[in-house]
Design a protein around this ligand. Sequence first.
Ligand code: G3H
Length: 490
Amino acid sequence: SLLHQNNYLVDGELRPWSGESSEVYSTISSTQNYAPTLLGTIPTLGEKEALEAMDAAVNAYNKGQGLWPTMKVNDRIACMEKFVTQMKTKRDEVVKLLMWEIGKSLPDSEKEFDRTVDYIYDTIEEYKQLDRDNAKFEKNDGVYAHIRRGPLGVVLCLGPYNYPLNETFALLIPALIMGNTAIFKPAKFGVLLISPLLEAFQSSFPKGVVNIIYGRGRTVATPIMQSGKVDVLALIGNSKSANALQNEHPKSNRLRLVLGLEAKNPAIVLKDADLDLAIDECIAGTTSFNGQRCTALKIVYVHEAIVDEFNKRFAKRVDALKFGNPWESGVKLTPLPEPDKPQYIQELIDDALAKGASILNEKGGQTTENYIFPAVLYPVNKDMRVFQEEQFGPVIPVLSFKDINEPLDDMAESNYGQQVSLFGSDIKTLAPLIDTLVNLVCRVNLNSSCQRGPDVYPFTGRKDSAVATLSVHDALRSFSIRTFVASKDN
Ligand code: G3H
């Protein structure tokens, strides 16, 4: 049945909306002709409603004693616990919408939901620890200080379509528990799945603490930024949107940023690598959720001594992956939520073919309206778009190298610096290489594919890949500032 979301959350009220609405479609088709399936509608709010949300968040942050930022720690925790308890009752609905809205497989959709619930509980525990640390006084040069972490203010929170629940909440939850207030606009794909949670937000938090709005970015997010009242822009997505929003703020140099952006994580397969292991991990790293992960392996470097063997086996393994609807058993590849993605991936393939690459796997590049089968491209070079661009989809560029400095130089020149996967077995070779790699990216995955979790580990990047650090531990720090009360020894 269709889900018509006809209200939005501002200042503690689920306000009815009778204005324009936008239809939400799924690329998963219930017919054979790939006609998109209508899932429901969302409000297309205007500037007025966006600014009301903004003012509600500002008021909730600024007004009086005992409200959200100055509320007792245990009371704030109680609000968060109430929310997560209610959220858990919505698992089936949210998981179903994850599958239909973004085409994520059933096991991965369930994992996204459960991981988010765990993340909330872990954040609560981490916050308790932080509060215990806050209780300490210190004395230096005759000055007593009680140093504590306090909130930054009002957060505009925008999450990505590939983890519309988990990564949005990885921003929102730590921001809230630290005492910030928020305006949150759900991702373009994965927007309806927030609907089952609206009442939980409304009944768990004081008014104005969380405001949930819908609409076109330019109509709602831009005026919010232009108001100059946003203290933190928290966004996981692309740098084009982040830069555009940042530039709308009249005093952008005082805006704090918590950003998770593009990456082009390489795999480097050395000649003494365990090839079975390297292939297993590269399959997972390049094709999981069709490559639509910022942590996906987006370029594969293989030593020239083993590249032919790697390519033969890797291409066969890619072709063996099952494509289908997200709820079907054993499905690894699923329809793509962005309608223009198959065309974009096709352009990357055509460009690479024109510049000398071949498609190594038989099914590579086979298309339907809502899908394109991952193409393994070899040999890829720097002139190709697939080398330069973050494909964020099903195409796998492979290069061979003779000298390890070739991939290292490429990484040094790259605009990105999130993670790398390194495959090899001789510790004498690996150790100095790891020392070099950790200065080019923020996480070196030894004999394993790149990933964000476990969520206790820092999630960040160098260069254009990130600003600030997320994780159960780090996010509380990223959304707060150290403040203190000082008194003299007299
Ligand atoms: O899209 C970027 C996500 O942070 C990837 O997370 O490695 O857990 O899939 P993941």
